[in-house]
Design a protein around this ligand. Structure first.
Ligand SMILES: O=c1[nH]c(=O)c2[nH]c(=O)[nH]c2[nH]1
Length: 290
């Protein structure tokens, strides 16, 4: 028997960092998952824990780093953690830090105190930082970003066989829940910073979704990915996973009513799942496909 790939660490540490600027407070809210790999044969085979930095310690490090370094951005926080684990223990060779950020918007209040927030409903920001002591990989991303076009979408001209029942449509609702991850060239920070870059990419994704006349969700996906690569020079690769959130026109004829693209049944499953990577020419694909 041979021990194959293995990794360990504390998953989904929820850390909320409040920064107090007098009576004006700022908040960053993260879920941080640490996965470490290295000389871990003995812990699996003989039960010696001598090479293991405990998952409890990795959780504590997340909290301590939130205090000591603050949270500038998920990417920057992940870089601090990955560098720390790989450079502080000889037995740890690689670190992969996954982060999800839950956004909070300020609730505008009349007085000088600014300490009230409302959870942002628009997508969850994600990041993944990997470091092996030499090379950095930084992926930024977004998930749960739900978007819908009420027209400007058709689907026809597809293959048919004896099992095909789907009618062709020249006007349908197109809706999806965007999951996107994009890779920064050499793990390098964007010129305007991680936060600005993230906001720009999300805006390009939304503009491409809204602005593309869609002959398929596949075509929309490619338009979204290529718009990001066209506008963001530091991004080499983007992977999109787009569930087709089907909206079926309801047959109102039994009630003597005409349905002129007004009433839809929003089915939640099954759903088509359209996934692809869009790459800059010459780039090597490195974003995992799962
Ligand atoms: O945009 C679409 N792509 C498909 O591949 C597909 N398949 C399907 O049934 N509906 C759709 N819609």
């Amino acid at each position: 028997m041979i021990l194959g790939q293995n990794q360990y660490g504390k998953a989904e540490t929820r850390v909320v960092r409040v920064t107090r600027d007098g009576s004006v407070h700022h908040i960053r809210d993260l879920s941080v998952s640490v996965a470490l790999s290295g000389d871990m044969t003995e812990v699996h085979l003989s039960g010696s824990n001598a090479a293991v930095l405990t998952t409890d310690t990795t959780k504590n490090t997340v909290f301590a780093f939130a205090k000591e370094h603050g949270v500038d951005s998920p990417e920057e926080f992940g870089i601090h953690l990955a560098r720390h684990f790989v450079t502080s223990q000889e037995t740890l060779h690689t670190a992969r830090i996954r982060l999800a950020e839950y956004g909070w918007d300020r609730i505008a209040t009349p007085g000088p105190e600014q300490h009230s927030f409302v959870r942002r409903g628009q997508g969850t920001r994600t990041a993944q930082v990997s470091y092996d002591g030499t090379a950095w990989q930084v992926l930024s991303g977004v998930e749960d970003l739900v978007v819908l076009n009420t027209t400007g979408s058709e689907f026809r001209g597809y293959l048919t066989d004896r099992y095909t029942t789907l009618p062709e449509t020249t006007d349908r609702v197109l809706a999806t829940e965007v999951r996107a991850r994009w890779r920064h060239h050499d793990g390098t920070a964007p010129a305007g910073g991680w936060d600005r870059s993230h906001a720009q990419v999300c805006d390009h994704l939304l503009q491409a979704f809204a602005g593309t006349y869609s002959r398929s969700l596949q075509q929309t996906l490619y338009a979204m990915g290529s718009r990001v690569l066209e506008h963001c020079a530091g991004i080499d690769e983007i992977r999109l996973s787009l569930p087709n959130k089907h909206h079926f026109l309801v047959d109102l004829a039994p009630f003597g009513l005409k349905n002129d693209h007004e009433v839809y049944f929003a089915a939640d499953r099954p759903y088509g799942l359209i996934e692809a990577t869009v790459l800059r020419e010459g780039a090597t694909p490195a974003i995992p496909t799962d």
